[in-house]
Design a protein around this ligand. Structure first.
Ligand code: SAH
Length: 230
């Protein structure tokens, strides 16, 4: 039940072959402990942080930093989000195994992998072609199985697969894209950092067909959500 979208029998063998070593596992447990101290309470999310090898999602040269609670550069001038941010956004989504979630900004694929390890059915969109292809190859190599990976503009969401239980935006939006609100099911949640220079984290809950609750959760920093131009 726990890992229905990560074939763990197979994943664990792949992880060994890809050099997930005891030292990495130890560092991940420490990272999970640190996030718990920083206020992440959900044991499932802490377990996901302790089990997904973040160093697989980073460049070899940065691998020694993989279990620091920091954002790092990936390809195409983008960043892999800080683990605290990943855990915090994931907890705001309040998802359960089997829920349908749309992610805007696949990037390195790390946030995707965290959601997959929670048993979530993930649809993910990336607008940078280089990154899209690179991360696609990594998912294949690791036997990670999002429901759909899309090369395209996340501003529009993914109407053909809507509605979603959760939508998570991992880049800074200057404003809240209307399409994303429309693609939430009733009871569903949109977690999105909004702002230009710096961002506030917002969570919108669709309480009824034409009704949304809005809560804000403090300041974060993200790379910008860009309109599609390729
Ligand atoms: N979840 C990622 C975060 C990557 S940074 C991770 O954990 O690594 C944000 C990503 O959003 C970048 O890869 C960027 O290319 C992508 N992005 C920016 N604007 C976008 C858009 N309009 N649609 C889809 N992806 C977008």
């Amino acid at each position: 039940k726990y890992n229905q979208n990560m074939d763990f029998g197979r994943n664990s063998i792949i992880f060994v072959l890809m050099e997930d070593l005891p030292k990495h596992q130890g560092q991940r447990r420490q990272l999970a402990d640190l996030l718990e101290k920083k206020g992440i309470k959900d044991p499932q999310i802490l377990k996901a942080i302790a089990s997904v090898p973040r160093h697989f999602f980073m460049d070899k040269g940065l691998e020694i930093w993989a279990y620091k609670d920091k954002a790092y550069p990936i390809a195409a001038d983008q960043t892999i989000s800080q683990p605290y941010t990943v855990a915090f956004q994931t907890s705001l989504l309040k998802v359960n195994s089997g829920d349908k979630v749309l992610e805007i900004g696949t990037g390195s694929g790390y946030q995707t992998a965290i959601l997959l390890s929670l048993g979530v059915h993930v649809y993910t969109i990336e607008r940078q072609n280089e990154l899209f292809k690179k991360t696609q190859r990594l998912f294949n190599k690791l036997y990670l199985k999002p429901k759909k990976t899309v090369f395209g503009d996340g501003y529009k969401g993914l109407a053909e697969d809507a509605p979603f239980k959760g939508i998570i935006v991992t880049a800074a939006a200057p404003e809240v894209p209307q399409a994303l609100l429309e693609q939430l099911e009733v009871g569903g949640r949109l977690v999105i950092p909004v702002g230009v220079e710096k961002q506030l984290m917002y969570c919108f809950t669709r309480t009824a067909s034409h009704n949304f609750d809005k809560e804000s959760f403090g300041e974060f920093r993200f790379v910008p959500l860009l309109e599609n131009k390729e």
